[in-house]
Ligand binder design. Structure first.
Ligand SMILES: [Zn+2]
Length: 319
């Protein structure tokens, strides 16, 4: 794989912490997600969403990928890259753009964790016009802003990271007509296959999707690795966020699935109920998916859960 953004490895710090407490392990650490990081995540989302439609294959998606690449470099320094590729779609061959940045651990043999968010928006939303585009504040702005904030947080960790972290901002998650081998999940299929082909060892793949809803409840789909589902619950319990996280009974076809398909451990942190009343989903893929439906507190919940899970994962062995 390509070079890391930071060849840290300078400070080797011994920290002895047990359990799921947001920072841990023998070498380096996983910084704890803070309220300030959540505020940053909200602001990043707001600025990203202001770009407008990011429908895969469009000029908007290409510009969004370039924006992300530039923004990552501004937040963490050089090292972000756009991996463009062509894939078949119901409308013919289209070009997609994944944006990747990797932060190196303090120790080369540390495990690797992959954090995922898609950044494209659903196309052809009813009511959408050129002047008033569908912006997808929650789907996919929120998880994109969260990952930007996490990248900034991790890169400013003076002690070095306890694991290698790959951030992948994925294109083409949304299907144009209906999910199939050539419609939807383009970016994740491409990246999962590439990492597998290159023999990259990955401790866990953590996908965030629709995590900004002010009425947040993450329901982890059944098609997530069982150990990671239990870990999420355990961390939620310790963080006193248990009322915000539960195990869903259903399957969700999302960007973690191609990673599961090639044998990686993966989990989807998603709140799939996004609407005007409990149980409703009337903000999802509608013109109602706007910034006013999101809250800083929800970013904080998901951010804390992710950093707690990562801290626990780096304690439980090295891959
Ligand atoms: Zn969507």
């Amino acid at each position: 794989m390509a070079g890391y953004l930071k060849m840290a490895a300078l400070a080797v710090v011994a920290v002895v912490v047990v359990g799921c407490r947001d920072q841990a392990t023998a070498i380096g650490k996983i910084p704890q997600f803070t309220a300030a990081a959540a505020t940053n995540a909200f602001k990043e989302t707001e600025e990203f969403v202001a770009l407008g439609s990011r429908a895969a294959g469009s000029e908007g998606a290409r510009l969004a990928a370039q924006y992300l690449c530039d923004r990552i470099e501004a937040l963490v320094g050089e090292g972000a890259r756009i991996e463009s590729f062509e894939d078949d779609t119901p409308y013919g061959v289209r070009t997609f753009h994944n944006v990747i940045v990797e932060l190196a651990a303090a120790h080369a043999s540390a495990p690797r964790i992959v954090l995922l968010s898609h950044f494209d928006t659903k196309r052809d939303i009813p009511g959408e016009t050129a002047e008033n585009p569908f912006v997808g504040a929650n789907d996919s702005g929120s998880s994109t802003g969260l990952l930007l904030s996490l990248a900034e947080l991790f890169s400013s960790s003076g002690e070095g990271l306890a694991c290698h972290v790959m951030f992948a901002f994925l294109d083409g998650e949304e299907c144009a007509i209906g999910y199939s081998d050539r419609d939807g999940l383009h970016g994740s299929r491409h990246l999962a296959a590439k990492l597998r082909r290159e023999g990259v060892a990955i401790k866990a793949v953590i996908l965030a999707d629709m995590i900004g809803d002010s009425d947040l409840h993450l329901e982890i789909p059944r098609n997530s690795t069982p150990e990671l589902r239990l870990l999420a619950l355990k961390c939620a319990e310790r963080l006193e966020l248990r009322d915000k996280v539960s195990l869903g009974r259903g399957f969700v076809l999302d960007d973690h699935q191609p990673f599961l398909d090639v044998g990686y451990a993966a989990i989807d942190l998603i709140d799939f109920k996004f609407g005007s009343a409990p149980g409703l989903n009337d903000y999802w893929h509608t013109m109602e998916d706007t910034m006013d439906k999101l809250s800083v507190e929800s970013f904080e919940v998901t951010g804390r859960l992710i950093t707690a899970m990562m801290a626990e994962l780096v304690e439980t062995g090295r891959d």
